[in-house]
Design a binder for this molecule. Structure first.
Ligand code: C2E
Ligand code: MG
Ligand code: MG
Length: 256
């Protein structure tokens, strides 16, 4: 109940974290992340309120709100000549909606957004809960033209044996791999994941990239899309727009 009222009271807002393609040296999209500006407790992190929202099922209306907010933002940026895919995190609860694909499609149509500008992040655990049902729903969502990513890949329950059956475009390498990627053994694992992803025609994104050394190792291993504090923390809309302007200036300078 608390969360539904909070949505109505506009206490939630989104921050956007850029993804960077290092091979082409260009922006590769954003991930939308929820923040709660609580009237008493101040800023509450998703780590605290998402589990509660999941337990109470209010994560469903909340995520539908996120989808609409992101679609509107994306449409606005597209109109300004700045089209970038934005990803939205899904929780397992979303798949309890029989007509999930229809509801997502409805939002896209209402906003008039090109489906390829929307990306949905799922996790391995979600799929393992009910493989057939979730796969079926993902297929319908993907058929709309929406991109599907596997978040936090490789550290939770493994879905590795089903990767060829899950409708999927991208693997997001969990931050824990990147943390100690200097270690030879970790590097070997990451390399194997990237090689596997490539043979399955999946893109790979590294999460939690914080230092240049991470980028050097990852590119050497064949991963070219990065997300993390090295590029930017998640930002509010105004900050994103300023950041994008700044990136353009930098790249124009390097051309001159
Ligand atoms: P996630 O989807 O894996 O999001 C990435 C998290 O890593 C974000 O934390 C982000 O701020 C953080 N991060 C990004 N780069 C770095 C880095 O270089 N170093 C470190 N140490 N951290 C980095 P955040 O925003 O606190 O979100 C935490 C989790 O909450 C998310 O993990 C996601 O599972 C969940 N979440 C956030 N927004 C939503 C939402 O709208 N819906 C649902 N269902 N879950 C959400
Ligand atoms: Mg995510
Ligand atoms: Mg993640």
């Amino acid at each position: 109940k608390g969360i539904k009222t909070a949505v109505d009271n506009k206490e939630f807002f989104l921050v956007y974290q850029p993804k960077w393609n290092v091979r082409d040296d260009c922006l590769a999209g954003f991930e939308a992340l929820l923040r709660w500006n609580h009237p008493q407790f101040g800023l509450v992190s998703p780590g605290e309120f998402i589990p509660i929202a999941e337990k109470t099922r209010s994560i469903i209306p909340l995520t539908l709100w996120v989808l609409e907010e992101v679609s509107n933002q994306s449409k606005l940026w597209q109109k300004r000549g700045f089209a970038q895919p934005i990803s939205v995190n899904f929780s397992a609860r979303m798949f309890e909606l029989e007509d999930l694909a229809k509801q997502v499609q409805f939002i896209l149509q209402k906003v008039g957004l090109d489906p390829c500008l929307l990306e949905i992040e799922i996790t391995e655990t979600m799929i393992l809960e009910d493989v057939e049902r979730v796969t079926d729903q993902l297929e319908k969502i993907r058929a709309l033209g929406i991109i599907i990513s596997m978040d936090d890949f490789g550290t939770g329950y493994s879905s590795i044996g089903m990767l060829d059956q899950i409708p999927l475009d991208t693997l997001k390498l969990d931050r824990l791999f990147i943390n100690d990627i200097e270690t030879t053994s970790k590097r070997t694992i990451v390399h194997a994941i990237i090689t596997m992803a490539n043979s399955l025609n999946l893109h790979v994104i590294a999460e939690g990239v914080e230092v240049q050394e991470h980028i050097d190792i990852l590119t050497e291993l064949g991963c070219y899309i990065m997300q993390g504090y090295f590029y930017s923390k998640p930002m509010r809309v105004k900050e994103v727009e300023a950041w994008v302007q700044e990136q353009r200036k930098v790249s124009y300078k390097s051309i001159e």
